[in-house]
Ligand binder design. Structure first.
Ligand SMILES: *Cc1c(COP(=O)(O)O)cnc(C)c1O
Length: 452
C-alpha cells in the first residue's frame, strides 16, 4: 500500500480534528441562521472553481458560514418539530460507515453489514411482538417507509381483486395522520377514507362508525394508525383498529416514525398494545432512538409480499438474487443503492445496551409529565391534553399568534431554546417536544417563566 500524499494527510487531520471537536461538545450549541439567503450565497460564491483550493480554506468556510447557519437538532435546547439526539457512539460509527464505502444493496456485496442491521430490525420486531418471520430494511425516513409499505399494501390488495372489482383503492386514515400519508396516497393513486376523530385519536369506535356509513367497502385496501401523532404524540387505538382490519382483511399499517420507539419504555408500553397485529410498521431511529439522520426502520409481518412488490429486475442484477438465508435489503422498499444506515444504531445499541435506551426514552416521557404539571399549576396557562409521549401542548390565556411568535423568537435569539409554536384545532399554541435526555426541568421553568 502507498501512503497518502501530504495534502491528503493534512486534510485527514483537519477534518477529523473538526469532527472530534464537534463530537466532544457537550452540549452542542443551539445556533441560529443569521445570514440572509443573499449573504449566504455570496459567501459561498466562487468557492468551487476550475482550480483546487486548500482543504483548510474550504473547511474554514464550513466552520464560519455553513455550520452556524444550521440549528442543531441535537441540542438539549431544541424543543421544536421533532428533535434528534444521536448518541456519540452512533455518530462515530456513522463516520466509519462513510469511510468503509459499504454498498448496502445486497447480501452478495455486504452480508456482514446486512446481518448486523437485521439483528437490530429483529430487536425492534421482537419488542413490537411481531412474528419471527417479520423483517424489512432501513430506509431514509418515515416518508420513504410509509410509501414503500403502502405500495406493498396496494399491490397485495390488487392481486386479490376479482376482474370486475374496482382497481382504484381506498385507505382508512384518521384526521391526524402525518402529511407524508397524504402525499403517499396521492402518489399511489389511492383515496383516503377519512375518519373524524373527536379526540384526535383513531379508535375502533370511530372507524366502525365511518365503516357503517359506507355502502361498499370492497375498494378498501388498508387502514393506517399512528403511534403517536407528530403534533401531539397521541397513540391510536392499535388493538381495536387492528382487529377491524383483520376482520375485513385490510392491510394494517402502523406509522410510528416519531413515537414508535415508545415500545421500548415500560411505563408507556401498554399504549402500543395491538401493534403486534401490524402488517407493516415503521419507526424512525433518527427521531426517538438516538441515531444520526437519516434512518427509518421498515418492518413487514410477511416480507415476501414486500419482495413481490419491490424487487427490481435487470439482467446485471441477476447475480444478487437470493439463495437461502440471504437477505437483500433492496428488495423491501423503493430503492436500489442504499447506505448501511442501520449500522450506527447496531454499534450504539451494542455499546450501551438496550436498557440505556429504555431509560433515555423514559426521560422524555417524564419531562413531558412534569411540564404538564407545571402548566396545570400556572393560572395563566392551560394544558391542551394530557401528554401520551414526549409532546406537551399548552395555551397562554390571552395570547394572540404574534405573542407566541415573539416569545419563541426571543428565546431563540437569546440561545435559550428553539420552541416554535404549533396549531391545535386552528388555534396557535405553545408546544414542547422532549426527546433529548439532557434537557432539564430548569430549562422548562425558564421557558415557562417567560410567558408571565
Ligand atoms: C416524522 C414523521 C414522518 C416522516 O418521517 P421522515 O423521517 O421525516 O420522512 C411520518 N410519520 C410520522 C408520524 C412522523 O412523525
Amino acid at each position: 500500500m502507498h501512503e497518502v500524499d501530504q495534502t491528503t494527510e493534512q486534510m485527514v487531520r483537519s477534518v477529523l480534528a473538526y469532527a472530534e471537536n464537534r463530537l466532544r461538545m457537550n452540549p452542542v450549541p443551539l445556533d441560529k441562521g443569521t445570514l440572509s439567503a443573499t449573504d449566504l450565497y455570496k459567501r459561498l460564491d466562487g468557492l468551487i472553481s476550475d482550480t483546487p483550493r486548500h482543504p483548510d480554506e474550504v473547511l474554514g468556510v464550513y466552520a464560519s458560514v455553513i455550520a452556524p447557519s444550521v440549528i442543531s437538532a441535537d441540542s438539549p435546547r431544541f424543543l421544536g418539530f421533532i428533535p434528534g439526539a444521536p448518541t456519540k457512539a452512533s455518530l462515530l460509527f456513522d463516520m466509519l460507515v462513510s469511510c468503509a464505502s459499504i454498498q448496502g444493496i445486497s447480501w452478495l456485496e455486504a452480508s456482514g453489514a446486512i446481518a448486523a442491521e437485521n439483528t437490530v430490525l429483529r430487536i425492534i420486531a421482537d419488542e413490537a411482538g411481531l412474528p419471527d418471520t417479520a423483517g424489512g430494511c432501513f430506509v431514509s425516513g418515515g416518508s420513504a417507509g410509509n410509501l414503500s409499505a403502502l405500495a406493498v399494501a396496494r399491490e397485495t390488495a390488487k392481486k386479490a381483486r376479482k376482474a370486475d372489482e374496482p382497481t382504484r383503492l381506498r385507505v382508512v386514515v384518521g384526521t391526524d395522520a402525518h402529511s407524508s400519508i397524504v402525499n403517499t396516497l396521492r402518489l399511489l393513486e389511492m383515496d383516503a377514507l377519512v375518519v373524524e376523530t373527536p379526540d384526535h385519536r383513531l379508535t375502533a369506535e370511530a372507524v366502525q362508525k365511518a365503516v357503517d356509513a359506507e355502502d361498499d367497502l370492497s375498494d378498501v385496501a388498508a387502514v393506517i394508525c399512528t403511534s403517536g401523532t407528530t403534533n401531539a404524540g397521541i397513540v391510536d387505538d392499535l388493538a381495536g383498529v387492528g382487529a377491524i382490519a383483520r376482520e375485513h382483511g385490510w392491510w394494517f399499517h402502523v406509522d410510528g416514525a416519531y413515537g414508535g420507539s415508545g415500545i421500548f419504555a415500560r411505563s408507556i408500553r401498554s399504549k402500543y398494545d395491538g401493534i403486534e397485529q401490524a402488517d407493516s410498521f415503521i419507526l424512525d431511529p433518527h427521531k426517538w432512538l438516538f441515531t444520526p439522520f437519516d434512518c427509518c426502520a421498515l418492518i413487514y409481518r410477511n416480507p415476501e409480499l414486500a419482495r413481490a412488490t419491490h424487487t427490481q429486475d435487470a439482467s446485471y442484477l441477476d447475480v444478487i438474487h437470493v439463495s437461502d438465508g440471504e437477505w437483500n435489503p433492496t428488495d423491501y422498499a423503493y430503492h436500489l443503492t442504499r447506505r448501511a444506515r442501520g449500522l450506527p444504531l447496531w454499534f450504539s445499541l451494542a455499546v450501551h445496551g438496550v436498557d440505556a435506551y429504555r431509560e433515555a426514552i423514559e426521560v422524555a416521557v417524564s419531562l413531558a409529565r412534569q411540564t404538564a404539571d407545571l402548566v396545570e399549576a400556572a393560572p395563566h396557562l392551560e394544558l391542551i391534553r394530557e401528554p401520551d409521549l414526549g409532546v406537551v401542548l399548552f395555551r397562554r390565556v390571552g395570547w394572540k399568534p404574534e405573542d407566541y411568535d415573539a416569545w419563541a423568537n426571543e428565546l431563540h435569539d437569546e440561545g435559550v431554546a428553539f420552541i416554535p409554536p404549533s396549531k391545535w384545532e386552528g388555534e396557535t399554541v405553545g408546544r414542547f417536544v422532549f426527546l433529548h435526555p439532557d434537557t432539564s426541568m430548569d430549562l422548562v421553568r425558564e421557558i415557562l417563566a417567560r410567558t408571565e
